[in-house]
Design a protein around this ligand. Structure first.
Ligand SMILES: NC(=O)c1ccc[n+]([C@@H]2O[C@H](COP(=O)([O-])OP(=O)(O)OC[C@H]3O[C@@H](n4cnc5c(N)ncnc54)[C@H](OP(=O)(O)O)[C@@H]3O)[C@@H](O)[C@H]2O)c1
Length: 212
C-alpha cells in the first residue's frame, strides 16, 4: 500500500518507519524537505514531498501535524485526500502551558478537532487513531500485559476497517468509539496520557480496555 504521511515530526517519522518496516511504500510531506534528509537516508526507501504531492501519493493518508495547523495542512494537501482514508493522529493542544500536568485544548467537550476537519473536508474519510500514545510506542508496542488498546472513531465504517487492519499489523487491539463525535472523548485521552509524563516523567505507558 502507498502511504502519504503529512508531517515531519516524531509521529510522521515513526509511523513512516513503521509502515516501511511492514512492507508499505511511504512519502512524508513537509514545507521543508531538507528537515527530513537524515530520515530519508536512514530509511529503506522513504520519500519526501510537499503536502499536496504526499496526499496525492498516498492510497491512505496520515495527518501528523500540530493540531493548530491541521486544517491549513489539509487545505495545502488539496484534492489528494478526497475519497481516501485519512488517519488523524493530531491533538488540539493549545499554546498555553499545562496546568498541574494537565494539557489545555483549544476545543471544548462539545466539539473536537476531527469533527471540525471532517466538516471542512467532507470527502476525506477521517479516522482518529494513534493520538493517545507517545510516538515511541506507536509501532509494535511491547508490554508484559499484552497488546494495548488504540481507541479510534470516524464516520466511515470501511475506513475504520482499513485502519483497524493497520493497527492490528502494528500490534494494537482496537476499540471503536463510534462516529466522528467520538473524537470528543478520544482526543482528551491525550491529556490523560500526558499527566504521568509531566508529573513523573513517565512516557512509556499505553491504555488497555479490559472487557468481561
Ligand atoms: N509526539 C508524540 O509523541 C505524539 C503522540 C500522539 C499524538 N501526537 C500528535 O501528533 C501530531 C504530530 O506530532 P509531532 O510531535 O510529530 O509533530 P508536531 O511538532 O506537533 O508537528 C510538526 C508538523 O507540524 C507542521 N507545522 C507546524 N507549523 C505549521 C504551519 N504553520 N503550517 C504548516 N505546517 C506546520 C510541520 O510542518 P513542516 O514539516 O512543514 O515544518 C510538521 O510537519 C500533533 O498533533 C500531536 O499532538 C503526538
Amino acid at each position: 500500500m502507498k502511504v502519504g504521511i503529512l508531517g515531519s515530526g516524531e509521529v510522521a517519522k515513526t509511523l513512516g518507519a513503521g509502515f516501511l518496516s511492514h512492507g508499505h511504500a511511504v512519502m512524508l510531506g513537509t514545507r521543508s524537505p531538507e528537515k527530513l534528509s537524515e530520515w530519508v537516508a536512514s530509511s529503506s526507501g522513504g520519500r519526501v514531498g510537499s503536502f499536496a504531492e504526499t496526499a496525492a501519493f498516498g492510497e491512505v493518508v496520515v495527518l501528523a501535524v500540530k493540531g493548530k495547523v491541521a486544517a491549513d495542512v489539509m487545505r495545502a494537501a488539496g484534492a489528494g485526500t478526497s475519497g481516501k482514508t485519512v488517519i488523524d493522529t493530531s491533538n488540539p493542544i493549545a499554546d498555553a502551558p499545562p496546568d498541574q500536568g494537565v494539557l489545555r485544548f483549544f476545543t471544548t467537550l462539545d466539539d473536537s478537532l476531527m469533527e471540525r476537519l471532517q466538516r471542512e473536508f467532507p470527502e476525506a474519510r477521517m479516522v482518529k487513531a494513534f493520538n493517545s500514545v507517545g510516538s515511541r510506542r506507536m509501532v509494535n508496542p511491547q508490554y508484559e500485559d499484552g497488546r494495548p488498546t488504540m481507541f479510534i472513531c470516524g464516520n466511515h465504517d470501511e475506513a475504520k476497517r482499513q485502519v483497524s487492519g493497520i493497527l492490528d499489523q502494528f500490534g494494537w487491539d482496537v476499540a471503536d468509539m463510534g462516529k466522528a463525535e467520538g473524537a470528543r472523548a478520544v482526543e482528551p485521552l491525550c491529556i490523560l496520557w500526558c499527566i504521568p509524563g509531566f508529573l513523573a516523567n513517565q512516557w512509556t505507558h499505553a491504555f488497555k480496555l479490559l472487557k468481561s
